[in-house]
Design a protein around this ligand. Structure first.
Ligand code: CUA
Ligand code: CA
Length: 655
């Protein structure tokens, strides 16, 4: 079924392997703990790559000679600033991170779905309110799994206002403010599990004056009974998935679409008309083996304006106790293209990743279990929805072999695509127009431009500004899932390896390895000119700010006690304060220092409290004073020559 012939710059050593991975092969690979599959492809890779089973201390072949020859400036001299922000997911650490690029230096961790005792995220009242609590005040969730980070757009490029990231575990979408790089909102999406890809829209499909992000689209991998309340457990035919739209400003869920199959990544078109998600398990299997039988899955397209009109027209239902309108986007309900809310473009096989080219013309899906990438022409998809194309598969303008285990694609803005090959441990650079020529029958079209080994088993990839129309083709980062021998051995848990590659020339050049705490998935690389941060907070941002040292004190209302304190280096405004055993104590701490970088901390021994307050920032904590005694509340954050002296006694009188 795949007539495309291999087209490579170098002969492949074992062409017989380079066919579809069938169910048995993939199951076997997984069953063997990946080692069979990985070592098999490693023999085609660098000598270092074959050392999966070798002692961890074995030195890798040094790529540094190549790195030195690139000329791309990655080493920042002392005091020198990076030219790009890397906004990174942190995977099952539950956090996000900011890296400076191209140096790869980690500048900030943004606690998001996790608990962080540096900033006090998950400890302060303000952060608990964002994360959500149970009736007893404990956090609703302690865990999170961030995968996909994307920023808000204006005119097809980042405006620096927001970034969003998903939590796959508990189906939540978090928003991060681009001016302070802190999470300010979290929304739980109803009736889904396995919330995976996200993508903001880039303009409104109806109102041409809205040329910026107002929606965030969310994919959904795992089939689930609807509602999932125990009535249907083992009846997979009653399971389904929902594609979700969240309002970018209010963070409220706007609508959902029921679809066939499991959705993975998400992309949005530059003109605002379409969102799309690549799909596997169009078979609707509930068990692993049942999800890989079909040769073709799909990339499902959503006509955003039609969906929103259908909801206005009342053509929706709701699920369980959710009041979010749900429209029917299944294939069976959308057979007439002219009224269809969704269109399913067939793509081989368990595809992974869908990415929009910077010129806005194409979406590219990777085959994962097929060694191909599929290029979908958005104008032809529009033709199908407009009744001008009889078969939506005809929107596929190229489907060419690129290597084993293709996953994600990024772009240099010069017509080239870069696709990660998980099983080959490579990145393949290929030319999109040449691939279209080859697919159209010109077998002399050399669409593969270059290949490079990466270390090892790459997942996500993103080039500088690669998700925007300003893709600048400077460098890319690739998230390698296995680091094996690339770093000093530190025991059984290995870091991931984020590698940096120069893509300015015809040939890719490997520049650097960076160990990262597991495990980043997706990330975006943003020109620093587009980010405008506030380096000092505003006192008025918190309604309870202690704006004057004179406002400090202990305020009692029955057994509820509010302690208002300010910090001003090197002291707190209260030298001590007294509460009674059994009181519910709320401490409100405002940092009155105005100088940039003058952060204070606040820790209370045995009460499990620790947080920081930045200049002009206010945070609060609430706890029960259940232990009598003397408790030295002290500053945890080095702030002054007298930092060690900065402390306050909390005296808890025995009841
Ligand atoms: Cu205040 Cu250290
Ligand atoms: Ca790993």
């Amino acid at each position: 079924m795949n007539e495309a012939k291999m087209n490579t710059v170098e002969a492949m050593p074992d062409p017989s392997r380079r066919k579809f991975l069938n169910t048995a092969a993939f199951a076997g690979l997984a069953g063997a703990g990946l080692s069979v599959g990985l070592s098999a492809c490693n023999k085609e890779s660098t000598p270092a790559a074959s050392s999966a089973a070798a002692p961890a201390a074995a030195p890798a072949a040094a790529p540094s000679a190549k790195a030195a020859s690139s000329g791309l400036h990655t080493h920042m001299a002392p005091g020198e600033l990076d030219t790009y922000y890397g906004v990174w997911s942190g995977g099952h650490s539950g956090e996000c991170r900011i890296l400076g690029l191209p140096s790869g230096r980690e500048i900030k961790r943004i606690p998001t779905f996790n608990v962080d005792c540096m900033s006090g995220w998950g400890i302060t009242n303000e952060s608990k309110k964002i994360i959500g609590t149970r009736p007893d005040g404990r956090l609703k969730y302690m865990t999170g799994d961030t995968h996909h980070v994307h920023g808000s757009y204006k005119d097809g490029t980042y405006d620096g206002k927001y970034f969003w990231v998903n939590d796959k575990i508990h189906s939540r979408l978090a928003r991060i403010r681009g001016d302070v790089f802190e999470c300010d909102a979290i929304t739980e999406i109803p009736n889904i599990q396995g919330f995976h890809g996200i993508f903001p829209d880039r303009r409104d499909p109806v109102d041409a004056s809205i040329n910026y992000t107002t929606r965030v689209f969310c994919g959904n991998e795992f089939h689930l009974p609807k509602p999932n309340d125990g009535r249907d457990l083992d009846e997979p035919e009653k399971y389904g998935t929902l594609f979700t739209c969240v309002d970018a400003e209010t963070m409220k869920v706007r609508w959902q679409v029921k679809v066939d199959g499991n959705m993975d990544l998400v992309a949005s078109s530059y003109d605002g008309r379409f969102a799309a998600s690549n799909q596997y398990n169009t078979e609707g299997g509930a068990r692993y083996e049942d999800m890989m039988s079909a040769e073709m899955d799909a990339c499902v397209f959503f006509d955003v304006a039609r969906i929103e009109q259908a909801i206005k027209d009342g053509k929706f239902y709701t699920v369980g106790d959710s009041n979010v309108p749900v429209v029917d986007g299944t294939k069976a309900a959308n057979t007439d293209p002219k009224t269809a809310l969704t269109g399913y473009v067939p793509v081989p096989k368990n595809p992974h990743g869908v990415n929009a080219t910077p010129d806005g013309k194409y979406f590219i899906c990777s085959g994962k279990l097929s060694p191909t990438t599929t290029t979908i022409d958005l104008a032809k998809v529009a033709d199908w929805f407009d009744g001008k194309l009889d078969d939506i598969r005809k929107a596929v303008v190229a489907e060419v072999e690129v290597g084993l285990g293709p996953l994600h694609t990024t772009f240099d803005g010069r017509g080239n695509a870069f696709t990660t090959l998980f099983l080959d441990s490579q990145i393949v650079k290929w030319n999109i127009e040449k691939a279209i020529q080859f697919f159209n029958g010109d077998k002399s079209a050399q669409y593969v431009v270059d290949r490079i080994d990466v270390h090892y088993q790459p997942g996500h990839i993103n080039a500088s500004m690669g998700e925007t129309k300003e893709a600048d083709g400077q460098f890319l980062a690739v998230g390698c899932k296995f680091s094996k021998d690339r770093f000093l051995p530190v025991g059984p848990m290995h870091p991931e390896n984020e590698q940096l590659i120069d893509i300015r020339g015809e040939k890719m050049v490997l520049l650097a390895d960076h160990p990262v705490h597991p495990e980043p998935h997706d990330f975006v690389i943003v020109k620093r000119e587009l980010i405008h941060t506030k380096q000092v907070c505003n006192l008025d941002d918190h309604p309870l700010a202690v704006k004057d040292a004179k406002d400090s004190g202990v305020f009692r209302d029955g057994n509820k006690v509010t302690v208002k304190i300010a910090s001003l280096a090197p002291a707190y405004t209260l030298r001590e304060f007294t509460v009674r055993q059994g009181d519910e104590v709320t401490i409100i701490l405002t940092n009155l220092d105005k100088i940039e970088d003058l952060t204070h901390g606040w820790a209370i021994p045995q009460y499990d409290i620790n947080f920081t307050v930045n200049p002009q920032e206010t945070k609060s904590v609430t706890f029960k004073a259940d232990k009598p005694g003397v408790f030295w509340c002290y500053c945890t954050h080095f702030c002054h020559a007298l930092h060690l002296e900065m402390r306050t006694r909390m005296l808890v009188e025995a009841a």
